[in-house]
Write a protein that binds this ligand. Structure first.
Ligand code: M6R
Length: 610
């Protein structure tokens, strides 16, 4: 959460920083601020609300400088306000910092500073850092930062400037992402690469414990032991700037939903060969012998990624016959699971920065489990921590509501389950060919479905006045019911519950009356008749049924009020198609309600704090 950008070079840093902050706004958007050095003095501007508030303020009274730092905030300590917005300065206005993370021992540090008569401007945990740096400063910003960080407990990505050293930015990271962009006679820092793509695709990912000095013509990185790192790899990023733009769409979310036929294909391209009945995921890393020895799989993730994990339980158990548990990362890390060497722990994360998922991964590593990350962001903390990483290759996902990352995660999980099943002798070549062919055709089928997008708009319009929704599904589509409900609540602020349809009679059916819309996923499958009965029970209590059914299903006509037909696919693979209308339904309801679809209230794209 929170986004950081920094620049030093020949350009006006203010322009570079705004461009970067706009790309990082998905990380937090309750306030923003910028600091520059002009004539050896620090100048700081801050504003509550979206970045354009700050931008218009600066346009009225412009500032120019070749060095600067910017920050977009998601509040942790202290409510969104100008005082609490970053950057924060020390009392002599000599040093300024931007911070992403949490200072866990800030209360103690603050008390100690107060006892030394230090005054505080804000309620943030961050402010203690800048006062400590000033206290430790004699003539080297680098050394003052180094000393200060030894006193700090918690997580941080930091950008720091000092008016006495106007030719450098010092930055540091521990458990929060920070990347250095390498340019020609100019250098950058940012919370993630999307902020830099317009200027450079050559980046260096900082490691935990690193402190770096960024000058216009050089970068010096020191590791946790203060050794200068001479050969840290410069990575070339394949994403381009256009991918992180809306390209004419009203919202990133709509763009990302419509991209799915292509992003699913990009995820499986070069990894499945349906005609040969072969899966080849070279990044998987486990030897065939190890694969045979896996005793259990644990899948750990948060939010939408967790829902992808829930689908995978059906796949790993049904196809590969490996007992599988799926956990929410924030629960897993504190529940003392019985983990051992023969367990494969799979963490799923779009951003690769989710704090709980990262902690769960570290825990699994400490227990000697095999660890595998399914991740979208190259160089992210999770991708670097896991033994092996399978990237989802769906390009930058900017909308806070996750859509294309979800279907790409599912695609990886299908490939993985089929591969494991085949290598463990549970899925023969002919069956494997059949499933891979099904997967291969999904992008085309989704493209066909997306031609009828108007239907979703029409249905959405009917239901905008509703305050509650139920989503029902069974088997592999139970997690999709959860995902549909999550999409609706996070972007429209309408209360929605996802339920396993068979659970209705155990309580939730009491909620149903004439005012309750029920979205039922009732595609052709082994549980079709079961869910039809559940729909009848809901309908006879007055509920309005919006059925998501397989094309050509006529039986459903008499049982529902609205029907969304989706392409007919194998029941195990159906989540890849059933989730698309649910994303669109949530999207259009939110649009009709005038919600801020890409940046819903209270949320941030990457949850980098616990
Ligand atoms: O980056 P991650 O996949 O680790 O993020 C996990 C969740 O924070 C994320 O899926 C969140 O639930 C989304 N807002 C859902 O749309």
């Amino acid at each position: 959460m929170c986004g950081i950008v920094g620049y030093i070079g020949k350009r006006n840093s203010v322009d570079v920083i705004f461009d970067g902050l706009r790309k990082l706004e998905y990380r937090g958007y309750d306030s923003s601020g910028i600091a520059v050095i002009v004539d050896k003095e620090l100048q700081v501007r801050k504003k509550v609300g979206r970045i354009y508030n700050l931008r218009s303020d600066i346009l009225k009274d412009p500032i120019t400088s070749n060095i600067g730092l910017g920050h977009t905030r998601w509040a942790t300590h202290g409510k969104p306000s100008e005082k609490n917005a970053h950057p924060h300065m020390d009392s002599t206005k000599s040093i300024v910092i931007v911070h992403n993370g949490i200072v866990e021992n800030y209360a103690k540090l603050r008390t100690e500073l107060l006892e030394c008569n230090q005054e505080f401007e804000s309620e943030t945990d961050t402010e203690v850092i800048v006062h400590l740096i000033k206290k430790n400063y004699s003539n080297s910003l680098f050394r003052a930062v180094q000393e200060t960080l030894s006193e700090i407990k918690g997580s941080y990505a930091l950008g720091i400037m000092c008016k006495y050293e106007p030719d450098k930015i010092v930055c540091a990271r521990r458990d929060a992402p920070l990347v250095i962009g390498i340019g020609q006679g100019e250098n950058f820092i940012a919370s993630d690469v999307t902020a830099l793509l317009h200027y450079t695709r050559n980046v260096v990912f900082l490691e935990d414990g690193d402190i770096a000095e960024i000058m216009a013509d050089k970068v010096i990185i020191r590791d946790i032991r203060s050794n200068i790192i001479k050969n840290r790899e410069i990575k070339s990023i394949l994403w381009n700037d256009a991918q992180s733009e809306k390209n004419g769409y009203k919202h990133f979310m709509l763009k990302e939903i419509l991209e799915q036929p292509r992003t699913i294909e990009e995820t499986f391209r070069g990894r499945i060969y349906p005609n040969e009945g072969r899966v080849y995921i070279k990044e998987f890393g486990l030897k065939d012998e190890d694969i045979k020895n896996i005793s259990n799989i644990y899948v750990v993730a948060c939010g939408t990624s967790y829902h992808a994990g829930l689908v995978s339980k059906f796949l790993f158990e049904n196809f590969a016959e490996i007992p599988t548990e799926v956990d929410i990362a924030s629960e897993f890390r504190y529940r003392n699971s019985v983990l051992s060497k023969k367990n494969l722990v799979i963490v799923i994360s779009q951003s690769g920065e989710t704090a709980d998922t990262l902690a769960a991964l570290k825990l699994a590593k400490s227990k000697d489990c095999w660890t595998l990350a399914i991740c979208n962001v190259v160089g992210s903390s999770i991708s670097r921590e896991a033994e092996n990483v399978i990237y989802t290759y769906c390009g930058p996902e900017i909308g806070v509501a996750s859509t294309k990352a979800f279907t790409s995660q599912l695609t990886v999980l299908y490939m993985l389950a089929f591969d494991l099943a085949n290598k463990r002798g549970k899925l023969g070549k002919e069956k494997l060919k059949e499933y891979l062919n099904e997967l291969w055709e999904i992008p085309l089928k989704i493209s066909g479905f997306l031609k009828n997008i108007k239907l979703l708009q029409d249905i959405a319009e009917v239901f905008i006045s509703k305050r509650n929704f139920l989503y029902l599904g069974r088997h592999v589509n139970y997690p999709i019911a959860l995902e549909g409900a999550l999409k609706l609540k996070e972007i429209s602020y309408i209360h929605a519950e996802g339920y396993a349809a068979g659970e209705m009679k155990h309580g939730p059916i009491a909620l149903i009356d004439e005012s309750m819309p029920i979205v039922a996923i009732v595609v052709k499958s082994g549980v079709y008749e079961k869910i039809i009965s559940n729909i009848e029970e809901a309908k006879s209590r007055g509920g309005t049924i919006i059925a998501l059914a397989s094309e050509y299903d006529e039986e459903i006509v008499a049982k529902s009020d609205y029907i969304i037909y989706v392409p007919k696919v194998n029941e195990f693979i159906s989540p890849l198609v059933t989730v698309i209308p649910l994303q669109l339904l949530a999207y259009y309801i939110a649009v009709f309600l005038g919600r801020d679809v890409d940046q819903p209230r209270n949320l941030a794209k990457s949850v980098t704090v616990e």
